[in-house]
Design a protein around this ligand. Structure first.
Ligand code: ACO
Length: 464
């Protein structure tokens, strides 16, 4: 695509912050408590720990915390922010945006001129907000300032099979030019449809209505469609000299929206299946030993084909271990954070991959939100990994996360279940004073102090 001379260069992510609740429930203990067979959550879903919030944290407080920490940790000038938007599906007010609550932070510094509001479609809202902010930086409306994108959610399910796939957290990303993580310009694909796989029609409850099997089918079909469209575009825009057609080898890391780790492992297998199907279509000579007997499959007939799935998992094992599995770290430790889930993968990558191995690589990302909205896009990592470079600083800014994860408090499934029951009872109750202690909250956490009889919420902050 021809370059517009007015576009700034290297638009992407300049800084990032991730926060999560200070308590979790252990998935092995949850298996026992729920009376399911041993290994169902830990091996079958691939999950170890699930973060959850007490009544001290809500969507506003999570977003206040993540934005405050992003600004402080990176010493960002409050007047340098010209756009701020939030992707979330955790709704506590049908009119007033979470973004408007975040203005609290900027008002104190005299900045009232910040574009952007909230975007909602299940786990995809953060990606929509990200695309909006990148577009803003590249548009005639851009005034030279930076954008912040927040993806945050509290994922809770009613008692039953979906409950172990919950989680909670927030990611904030600083978007602007000259970034160390650069979006591949003009190279992304999108697939959207009208389906009821997961939705939240009941305003009196935090819990979604979910058709688990349909949601998996929708996720796989969105992945197939996005990935094929992306590869077709990439073949035209950036012919890959090493291998005539784009495939999983074109990426150094592959990150996915991650409801639970096992689904992501299967998803990487599906990318290989897509490569195989595509290779046959375009007459490529790549070798897919073991998959030959599936040469004539129709992708839409294969979502729950166990024999094919087994072959794909075996074929893609090494690729999974190198390009995806290590970066499921946050998902494995926190659970499905909904909108931040994919970006938790990106933070895991920054945390885990040494800077000299990360520099100059390409990351493929798949975002999915039920309902459904999905996109596949890619990021190039700056090749400058020298000490003090932007990439080096970005990596150092997330290095505290391992210690913070390790310092969380383990809560028994009994207490976890009770807290969720209390939250169900107190949902929409006013006036309301939260019951949980603030003692375990991490330094710098904003928390809910009080909800008055007019549903107005008041927050305070744990000192840094
Ligand atoms: N040891 C090892 N594995 C086990 C065991 C065991 N003891 N018991 C079961 N398993 C395996 C199953 O074989 C199954 O594996 P498979 O997926 O490879 O077939 C896996 O564990 C899950 O078991 P199921 O019986 O299929 O699980 P269930 O139907 O109870 O629920 C589901 C799983 C549908 C994911 C549910 O948790 C859910 O609805 N979650 C919310 C929806 C969701 O996350 N959808 C994903 C995309 S949309 C989004 O992000 C919200």
């Amino acid at each position: 695509m021809a370059r517009n001379p007015n576009w700034p260069d290297s638009v992407g992510i300049r800084a990032v912050e991730l926060i999560f609740p200070p308590q979790y429930v252990d998935q092995r203990e949850l298996e026992v408590f729920d009376g399911v067979s041993e290994g169902k959550y830990t091996i079958g879903l691939g999950q170890s720990k699930m973060g959850f919030c007490t009544d001290r944290e809500d969507i506003n407080s999570l977003c206040l915390t993540v934005v405050s920490r992003l600004m402080e940790r990176n010493s960002i000038d409050y007047s340098s922010i010209g756009r701020l938007e939030v992707g979330t599906e955790t709704i506590i007010d049908k009119s007033k945006s979470v973004k408007s609550v975040l203005m609290k932070i900027f008002e104190e510094h005299g900045n009232f001129s910040i574009e952007g509001i909230d975007t909602t479609n299940a786990c995809y809202g953060g990606t929509a907000a990200l695309f909006n902010s990148v577009s803003w930086v590249e548009s005639s409306a851009w005034d030279g300032r930076l954008a912040i994108v927040v993806a945050a959610d509290i994922a809770v399910y009613a008692k039953g099979s979906a409950r172990p796939t919950g989680g909670a957290g927030a990611v904030a990303m600083l978007i602007g030019p000259d970034a160390p993580l650069i979006f591949d310009r003009g190279l992304r694909s999108t697939y959207m449809r009208h389906v009821y796989d997961f939705y939240k029609p009941n305003m009196d409850s935090d819990y979604p209505v979910v058709d688990g099997k349909l949601s998996i089918q929708c996720y796989f079909s969105a992945l197939d469609n996005c990935y094929q469209m992306y590869c077709d575009k990439a073949d035209k825009m950036l012919p890959d000299l090493n291998q005539l057609h784009w495939n999983v080898s074109s990426f150094d890391s592959l990150l996915f929206h991650s409801p639970y780790c096992k689904l992501v492992q299967k998803s990487l297998g599906r990318l290989v299946l897509n490569d195989f199907v595509r290779a046959q279509k375009v007459g490529s000579k790549e070798s897919y030993v073991g998959l030959e007997k599936f040469a004539n499959v129709k992708l839409e007939d294969t979502y729950f084909d166990k024999e094919l799935e087994k072959e794909l998992l075996a074929f893609s094992k090494q690729c999974y271990q190198v390009k995806t599995e290590p970066y499921l770290f946050m998902t494995n430790q926190i659970g499905n954070m909904y909108t931040p889930s994919l970006y938790g993968g990106l933070v895991s990558l920054l945390l885990i991959k040494p800077v000299h191995l990360l520099a100059g690589t390409r990351i493929g990302l798949f975002s999915y939100g039920s309902g459904l909205a999905s996109s596949f896009f890619s990021i190039r990592v700056s090749s400058d990994s020298s000490v003090g470079s932007k990439l080096d600083s970005l990596i150092k800014s997330v290095s505290h996360l391992q210690e913070q994860l390790d310092s969380r408090k383990k809560v028994s499934p009994e207490v976890f279940s009770k807290i969720l029951e209390e939250n169900e009872k107190n949902h929409l109750l006013v006036p309301y004073n939260p019951l949980s202690s603030v003692d375990d909250l991490f330094p710098g956490t904003w928390y809910l102090k009080h909800v008055d009889e007019k549903h107005r919420r008041y927050y305070e902050r744990v000192p840094l």
